[in-house]
Ligand binder design. Structure first.
Ligand code: PMT
Length: 224
């Protein structure tokens, strides 16, 4: 790791999807591969940070030197994250956390019947908002906002609502941005009016740009 302003900082990154149990053999989830979050974790470690990666089920190897915590559900991810909040300098939420889970997961396997079926969903905790709400002036909360094209204002709303220092507006199109693919197109939005629209980059390069922007927030933080 080269010497940088990240040296010794404790960075927690969430990555991947979560799985919300319907019954013993089924779940609700999404297409997140974990690539973006793993790239952020690797980049932070390369810059000398002490990185903990909390990940949902993905088929990726954690880079060496990173502490990895594997979880399944949003509630498990929340529990793992919350236990680290007080010892986190920078929290980066790259996971695609399920907003809802089945209210009453069923033991065993639900049998096929003759008619329609209804499933009640309840809200999951918002992990990043939880960190944002309790963070001190020295801690940074960084998020992603996965939105449809044109959703930049919605991303700004999330920045405010979750009390974040920076958010990466991320669209998904199935070919070169968003879930699963190796590239991403991000717009970085800070607390002022400053936005940085990045071009299509590999997820590793996008992670580098994101951390460059985080680094610019660091000295200001340290003076507080
Ligand atoms: O994993 P890949 O295949 O590489 O895909 C990368 C990605 C598209 C998943 C990633 O770049 C991305 O955009 N991650 C955020 C996806 C998301 O759930 O966005 P959101 O707008 O719903 O959530 C906003 C922020 O709050 C995110 O930082 C999210 O991690 C966080 N969140 C959301 C809900 C919740 N219950 N807890 C959270 O912490």
């Amino acid at each position: 790791p080269h010497d940088s302003s990240f040296s010794g900082l404790r960075v927690v990154v969430t990555a991947g999807p979560t799985r919300e149990k319907i019954d013993g053999v089924r779940f609700i989830s999404n297409y997140s591969s974990g690539k973006m979050g793993f790239a952020v974790a690797r980049e932070a470690a390369d810059r000398g940070a002490k990185v903990t990666l909390i990940t949902g089920p993905v088929s990726l190897e954690a880079p060496p030197g990173i502490r990895r915590i594997d979880v399944q559900s949003a509630r498990e991810m929340n529990e793992a994250a919350e236990s680290l909040f007080s010892e986190t300098d920078i929290f980066i939420g790259a996971a695609a956390v399920a907003d809802y889970r089945p209210a009453e997961p069923i033991e065993g396997k639900v049998k096929k019947g003759d008619s329609e079926m209804e499933m009640r969903l309840v809200q999951n905790p918002d992990i990043l908002a939880g960190f944002g709400a309790q963070k001190s002036a020295r801690q940074l909360a960084i998020g992603f906002a996965l939105e449809e094209a044109g959703g930049i204002e919605h991303a700004r709303t999330k920045l405010e609502a979750k009390n974040l220092d920076l958010i990466a507006f991320n669209t998904f199109n199935g070919t070169d941005s968003g879930f699963e693919v190796d590239t991403n197109i991000l717009t970085l939005i800070g607390r002022g009016d400053e936005t940085v629209a990045l071009t299509k980059l590999t997820k590793e390069a996008a992670a580098g740009k994101l951390l460059d922007a985080v680094e610019r927030l660091l000295p200001r933080k340290a003076k507080q």
